[in-house]
Design a binder for this molecule. Structure first.
Ligand SMILES: [Zn+2]
Length: 251
């Protein structure tokens, strides 16, 4: 169970979408439920579990966050609250804030009226604006078992041959990844490769015992790392993934 430091208005909870959503529901219930949450079915608890409450606005992005998605926040925060009131904004998938929406949001986070709290949920802290991170309380949830890889990531992890290019392109066409989706998938791929590499190094510890697998995983990790330095921009995701597909090392 996590608790917020309510002396600052901005909080970031890092973890899987499911975990962070549940953690937020739990902490809002302890905030508002008269029995303190837990196995309670009072009207407050019921509302909160449906992400609805008179002192709560729970926001989700349409695809990437747009200014429209955040309008309710911009509007409500212009009003001041009574002394003992607390109002929470929850932003699911806050890694989907674009540069423009994040900068707009930043203005609301900077000096809000007393009582407003912003809880940003994310799977990927690195995707948030450093200026937001630096003013926030960061709460990282223990990682549940590494989630099953996204189908696109799995293509790389299982070392699908170049000849599988048609299936790969079909997946790209079907999914229409946005730039921020792509960055997240790239991070996911990197993370998986790193943990595979760590496991491979552990097995073959000792000088001169570097296995072919370790060599391969090092090459693959470095290839993805290079790609991360030049992530897709302005809708070039398909091309980006095709290029990575071609340059990705194969055993
Ligand atoms: Zn309750």
């Amino acid at each position: 169970m996590i608790t917020l430091n309510l002396s600052i208005p901005t909080h970031i909870i890092v973890g899987s979408q499911e975990q962070t959503t549940q953690a937020t529901v739990d902490l809002l219930r302890t905030q508002w439920c008269k029995q303190g949450g837990g196995d309670c079915f009072c009207s407050e608890c019921k509302q909160i579990s449906h992400h609805q409450h008179r002192f709560l606005a729970w926001l989700k992005p349409t695809k990437d966050y747009t200014v429209d998605d955040l309008n309710v926040l911009f509007q409500i925060t212009t009003l001041s609250l009574d002394d003992n009131q607390t109002f929470f904004f929850v932003l699911e998938q806050s890694e989907k804030l674009t540069q423009a929406t994040a900068n707009r949001l930043l203005k609301s986070l900077e000096e809000p009226h007393t009582g407003y709290h912003f809880i940003l949920l994310t799977e990927n802290l690195n995707a948030l604006l450093p200026t937001i991170i630096s003013r926030a309380e960061i709460l990282t949830l223990a990682r549940a078992q590494m989630a099953e890889a996204h189908p696109l990531v799995a293509f790389f992890l299982r070392g699908a041959p170049l000849t599988a290019v048609q299936d790969f392109e079909q997946l790209l066409q079907r999914s229409k990844f946005s730039d921020s989706d792509s960055q997240q998938l790239l991070d996911e791929l990197f993370e998986h490769l790193q943990s595979k590499l760590a496991a491979a190094v552990e097995i073959k510890a000792g000088p001169g015992l570097r296995s072919g697998m370790t060599e391969y995983l090092m090459a693959a990790t470095s290839c993805v790392h290079k790609a991360m330095a030049m992530p897709p921009q302005s809708g070039s995701s398909d091309l980006f993934w095709k290029q990575l597909w071609v340059s990705f090392p194969r055993q």
